[in-house]
Design a protein around this ligand. Sequence first.
Ligand code: SAM
Length: 275
Amino acid sequence: MHLQTMREEDLDWEVYHLLAADPTRDAGFLAAHLHCSRDEIRASLQRLERALLIEQDEWREDQCPLDSGESHPLPGPLLPRPPVRHRGRRDPREGREGTPYMTDVCVLRLGHRAGRDQRVTTHVGLAARALGARGMYLAARDSGIVAGIRDVVARWGGDFFVEDGVPWKRCIRDWKEQGGVVVHLTMYGEPVQEHEEALREEGRVLVVVGAEKVPADIYTLADYNIAVTNQPHSEVAGLAVFLDRLFRGEELKREFPGARIRVVPSPRGKRCEEL
Ligand code: SAM
């Protein structure tokens, strides 16, 4: 990916994962691999450190090896931390503003029946977007759903993606191959409150929700079968509670860059402003 098309947040994400895979990777490698300059790598490392995602023991900006223009290993060990912001709470810098880093979450919607599930599937996508997920894979073809959700993104901002016609087994396989975990939400699973902490340590989570029935394989293909209570209810409710617990409510403060319209929160009535 070229930097012109890469936002800072994406660059940090790439750098973090390259270092998580091999902490000895040096600046030259990072810059060459990500097609960007050493200054951009240095800025990214500084952001990651400020966000408590990496530690560079002896590293000081004035002796940054990236300044020399040569390829050096970073001096102190880089210790990648899980990319979750709640970690900051146990840090001496406790109390400072949260960082923009949150676990990367996407949703995989199974069992959608065109004509019957339009409304609920749209609500799965809208709830996922509003509550901090990065996108939704739809294991069915339905261009109306895609258009509807993209229209919301265009007007209300953010970069939530939606993709239909996704082969669900391949989606799960690819996600796992890229180091992510798969969480299937089902009333038959284990209580969310018993696993949310472990899940917060994961960098990438694919949340699978069904419609009327789900294929039996999903129970074994998923890394976790998770219940939001063991009572029957809905995929929208299950997803919303799951995301809120995973993000510990931080997702409620999220902003949606590029919005054309925004609500002005009001005690009464409906106020919006054009941006
Ligand atoms: N028999 C289905 C099942 O296995 O959960 C119920 C289908 S329900 C109408 C549609 C979807 O809602 C399910 O596939 C599941 O993802 C989600 N869901 C329903 N109840 C849930 C619960 N208690 N916990 C987590 N997810 C739930």
